[in-house]
Write a protein that binds this ligand. Structure first.
Ligand SMILES: Cc1ncc(COP(=O)(O)O)c(C=O)c1O
Length: 423
């Protein structure tokens, strides 16, 4: 006869109590219509224990276990998922002109779907060192594979760099308006952010960056070239001046392929304090598969290898990125089409009296909204026509919209929707 083990018995009792508690909690939840996770910490909730169902203040539960600096963290506001957006707008995804997240509307080369369809070992964990992809990237970029580390998007690498370099209380410096993940990840890693705002027209305020680094001693300066959301470049001279400071410089080149200037990825062999980040999300149309990469000085990269999650790049992501690199002509053609479309859209946007577009070196155009509608109202009006753009109403970017560059027919749809708002 097989006896149930005492552990198994206790486990099952606990599970039964937990299920009961969940049912009660779900009932309470559906009555109030408030998801539990959105309740304020002062509310109480039903808790399960093996011997009783009791009500305990939430303050002694989940929130009390969270690290102090995370208790006040503002959540990152991501773009709405495509299917949810489609349901909300009551439009088929094909009828949505999605120009709000700088995605590549052409998608990846056809080789990518073929390779994903014939993936050999999805049941086996991926190569922790992404060797095939790093070898292909070495060919593509001209920098040795030993300098390259691949991540689950450039986003993962921003966080990994901070996890490896920042002690609680350390500072980073960024230059708003810019990509908000730098400030978000700094907050998650217990660091504070020194902001050196850009000059009118969005150029970097280099003298102010130099002074601030000298006086406040941040550990990392984040630079973005082209910058998101305006598309400005960092010049060689600006970069060299900042690299001469005693600070680690992370140069984010997520959009560099759309600029006429070359990448600085090879500079990491000359500067011990430079990291360059790039991604497959924009150039290769693989935002959904999450593959980014960084080039690092050898003295730094070994620590990132030690700290990264072993299987951070999935088999599918590596297969897709390798396949994308086998068709450089497709990547080049798509880039050229988007750059050409950017120039056409820029000229057309200038014709609207309520928009002031800024010249961009990336796959998006930032516009100041100057008419009687606010940027938020303009975004909402465009959404009614199925055209999605990003709007900004922050201190450093008050009343702006950012429109990603799409296919010519998508530009036409934006222009038609804007024309309706002209009068
Ligand atoms: C400047 C910048 N860096 C990095 C990223 C994130 O890239 P990835 O999709 O590889 O995480 C973005 C995404 O929009 C970006 O704008």
């Amino acid at each position: 006869m097989i006896c149930p083990s005492p552990f198994k018995f206790h486990f099952e009792v606990a599970q039964m109590s937990l299920r009961a508690a969940n049912l009660i909690a779900a009932g309470a939840n559906s009555l109030s219509g408030t998801p539990l996770s959105f309740r304020s910490p002062s509310m109480s909730r039903v808790s399960a224990s093996a011997d009783a169902l009791t009500t305990v203040p939430l303050a002694t539960k989940g929130a009390s276990f969270i690290r102090k600096h995370l208790q006040t963290l503002a959540p990152y506001t991501p773009i709405e998922p495509f299917e949810i957006l489609s349901a909300r707008l009551g439009r088929h995804p094909k009828d949505i002109v999605k120009l709000d997240a700088n995605e590549n509307p052409y998608g990846p080369p056809p080789e990518v779907l073929e390779a994903l369809g014939s993936m050999e070992f999805p049941n086996i964990y991926p190569d922790p060192e992404s060797r095939r992809l790093r070898a292909a990237l070495a060919e593509d970029t001209g920098i040795g594979a030993e300098h390259i580390l691949v991540g689950c998007g450039a986003d993962e690498l921003i966080d990994l760099i901070m996890r490896c370099t920042l002690d609680p209380g350390d500072k980073i410096l960024d230059c708003p308006p810019t990509f908000t993940m730098y400030a978000f990840d700094a907050a998650v890693n217990g660091a504070s952010v020194i902001k050196v705002p850009r000059l009118p027209g969005f150029a970097l305020d280099v003298p102010s960056i130099v002074d601030t680094v000298r006086q406040q001693n941040p550990k990392i300066v984040f630079l973005t070239s082209p910058n998101n959301p305006d598309g400005c470049l960092v010049s060689d001279d600006e970069l060299k001046t900042i690299l001469d400071l005693p600070v680690l410089v992370v140069l984010d080149e997520a959009y560099v392929e759309f600029a006429r200037e070359p990448s600085r990825i090879n500079w990491v062999t000359n500067y011990e304090n430079l990291i360059v980040l790039r991604t497959f999300s924009k150039r290769a149309g693989l935002a959904g598969l999450r593959v980014g990469y960084g080039a690092f000085p050898l003295s730094l990269i070994e620590y990132l290898w030690r700290a990264k999650q072993p299987y951070n790049v999935s088999v599918a992501a590596e297969v897709a990125a390798c396949a994308a690199l086998t068709n450089p002509k497709y990547l080049e053609d798509v880039k050229n089409a988007l750059v050409e479309e950017r120039e056409r859209m820029f000229v057309k946007l200038k014709e609207f009296s309520f928009l002031e577009p800024y010249p961009s070196h990336a796959n998006f155009i930032l516009c100041s909204v100057t008419g009687n509608k606010t940027a938020r109202e303009l975004k909402a009006a465009l959404a009614k026509d199925g055209v999605m753009v990003r709007h900004y109403e922050k201190a450093e970017l008050q009343n702006y919209i950012r429109i990603s560059v799409g296919k010519p027919e998508q530009t036409d749809a934006v222009l038609a929707a804007l024309a309706k708002l002209q009068c």
